[in-house]
Design a protein around this ligand. Structure first.
Ligand SMILES: NC(=O)c1ccc[n+]([C@@H]2O[C@H](COP(=O)([O-])OP(=O)(O)OC[C@H]3O[C@@H](n4cnc5c(N)ncnc54)[C@H](O)[C@@H]3O)[C@@H](O)[C@H]2O)c1
Length: 247
């Protein structure tokens, strides 16, 4: 039984989708959770659901691609909740296009949110965790960062970057008892993937041994494990939650 009572978590991009499932999973295990997103009303809705579980919660509007926003988020979390035990860098976007058609804005925006946003979160929270001499950081990567994907060069590069960042941070922060891991989801049914063409969804099914798409809950369960003391001796790892798509 995982018990996160008295732990404080910050989850970015948690107004909906995988981030929201992570928030509710951590709260159900006893954690107080800071919900952060560019969508404040969605974040407030998530917060209301956490409070309904009897936990403390706070909604903060924060554009994680901006270091100043990330720092303000962490400051607010510490001043209102007292500490930060778990940081989940989940916020992410796609701007798909073939390389030849991809414009600079599509490239820059995906790198800014997915990769720099993860750096910003780590940079802002690390000082607090170092003082506490404990912390768990979980970064949202993707199978696409491992295997590449036509039409997603920007996204694949950002997620491959997240994996390199995760391993480097794990090496730098291990001596302070801070574990840094990445989760690499495969094809998960959320708002991000609902616009995929039917042919693309069918193509996924042919390469997923478990023969079903993943759910946000499937991802949240692994994040819960990595957030807990059960994972105290696990760092620098990339855990695939993909029904066996990549092995
Ligand atoms: N859905 C999948 O199949 C899949 C697969 C692999 C990885 N992922 C990753 O999982 C994470 C969550 O994906 P999802 O499917 O729940 O997506 P989603 O689009 O449903 O949710 C993403 C959330 O991030 C927020 N966000 C966007 N830009 C932001 C910014 N600059 N600052 C703060 N918040 C911001 C959005 O408002 C939204 O609430 C992403 O990092 C994504 O890349 C998803």
């Amino acid at each position: 039984m995982i018990d996160l009572k008295d732990k404080v978590a910050v989850v970015t991009g948690s107004a909906r989708g995988i981030g929201k499932s992570i928030v509710l999973r951590l709260a159900a295990a006893g954690a107080d959770v800071v919900v952060s997103d560019i969508d404040l009303s969605g974040a407030e809705q998530t917060t209301a659901e956490v409070k309904a579980l009897g936990r403390r919660s706070l909604a903060v509007r924060s554009d994680i691609s901006q270091l100043a926003d990330a720092e303000a988020l962490i400051e607010k979390a510490v001043s209102e909740m007292g500490r930060i035990d778990i940081l989940v860098n989940n916020a992410g976007i796609t701007r798909d296009n073939l390389l030849l058609r991809m414009d600079e804005k599509e490239w820059d925006s995906v790198i800014a949110v997915n990769l720099k946003g993860t750096f910003n979160g780590i940079k802002a929270a690390t000082r607090v965790m170092m003082k506490q001499r404990s912390g768990k950081i979980i970064n949202m990567a993707s199978v696409v960062g491992v295997m590449g994907n036509a039409g997603q060069a920007n996204y694949a590069a950002s997620k491959a970057g997240v994996i390199g960042l995760t391993k480097s941070a794990a090496k730098e922060l291990g001596s302070r008892n801070i574990q840094v891991n990445a989760v690499a989801p495969g094809y998960i049914e959320t708002d991000m993937t609902k616009g995929l063409p039917e042919a693309a969804k069918e193509a996924f099914m042919t390469i997923i041994p478990l023969k079903r798409p993943g759910t946000a809950q499937d991802v949240a369960d692994i994040v819960l494990f990595l957030s807990s003391s059960l994972a105290d001796y696990v760092t620098g790892q990339v855990i695939h939650v993909d029904g066996g798509m990549v092995m």
